[in-house]
Ligand binder design. Structure first.
Ligand code: SAM
Length: 285
């Protein structure tokens, strides 16, 4: 095995690569690709091409194909190289490894073997889309690719409908219209959503609207390219008077009427005035 141009520490180094614009590679990613003893890739041709663009020679170093279905033998081969003290750079086809991409099985095996591991972070379509969406970013739920079969997809969306976070999904352009239509059914057509297409590329596009509007717009177009779909969180459920009463009964055991009303209104997200009126009725009755 020939030495690398610039040595990097032994261990597995996950490398994030561009999701469109080749210049989105980080300087650290380039260092890792230039310095690793062994290069490992989901698609060896894509990595070789990226390295050519950035002028990084392979210089006789091995370039090995690996994905999560490569099998136990291939994974143990990589873990063996790490145990010998080699440095390995791993890149998936695009973006961040493990994010709807291979790498998880390898990370688990390396962690279990107690071998060193690091990540050179960088592009990720989900994060890029969240940044551009204009939807709340305080809490988000990355759901990956929804199932392709309609029945499974509808159950998947029904499960997601109540999640109190911005939802993020990846989808293929040919299933996008069907996904938006199913989302409108499962989550309500008035929920706000965003479709991000071809991020960081020449035909980048961000479409915003309700699920009903987007389903109609996308249904009427021939959509191509790579897609991320984001949906705003569900509005807070309206608490019934019975539910408020129940919460107040529990709170009034240890709190004054005033404190119980404040506590329940904050917990259930209901106006304090309404809760206070119900609390007074209950404390007097
Ligand atoms: N590991 C990648 C990441 O970090 O985003 C994701 C890999 S996954 C196999 C590929 C999917 O990511 C695409 O089908 C699309 O949903 C999304 N994606 C990747 N690049 C994109 C881009 N430039 N614009 C929009 N979506 C993209």
């Amino acid at each position: 095995m020939k030495p690398a141009l610039r040595a990097i520490p032994p261990g597995l180094h996950f490398v994030s690569t561009p999701i469109g614009a080749a210049r989105d590679i980080t300087l650290r990613a380039l260092d890792v690709l230039a310095g690793a003893d062994v290069l490992v890739a989901e698609d060896t041709r894509t990595l070789r091409h990226l390295m050519e663009i950035h002028g990084i020679p392979l210089n006789g170093r091995p370039l090995i194909a690996y994905h999560d279905h490569s099998g136990e033998g291939q994974m143990q081969r990589l873990v063996g190289l790490l145990a010998e003290g080699r440095s390995l750079a791993y890149a998936s086809e695009a973006g961040t490894p493990l994010i709807s991409d291979p790498g998880f099985e390898l990370a688990r095996a390396v962690a279990a073997a107690g071998l060193p591991m690091s990540a050179a972070p960088g592009p990720c379509a989900a994060i890029c889309a969240l940044t551009l969406s204009g939807l709340p970013s305080d809490r988000f739920f990355f759901a990956g690719f929804p199932p392709a079969a309609q029945g499974a997809r509808r159950s998947f969306l029904t499960e997601l409908a109540g999640v109190q976070a911005t939802l993020i999904c990846y989808e293929s352009p040919k299933r996008l219209a069907a996904l938006l239509a199913d989302m409108a059914v499962a989550m309500g057509g008035s929920r706000q959503a965003v479709v991000c297409r071809e991020l960081t590329k020449r035909f980048e596009e961000v479409l915003r609207g309700s699920l009903d509007q987007l389903a109609a717009e996308i249904g009427a177009r021939d959509i191509k390219g790579e897609i991320v779909v984001l949906v705003d969180r569900a509005p807070p459920a309206e608490a019934s008077e019975a539910r408020i009463g129940e919460a107040l009964d529990a709170a009034l055991k240890t709190m004054s009427v005033k404190d119980a009303a404040t506590f329940v209104s904050q917990t259930l997200g209901v106006s304090r005035k309404i809760v206070y009126r119900i609390a007074l009725d209950r404390s007097q009755g």
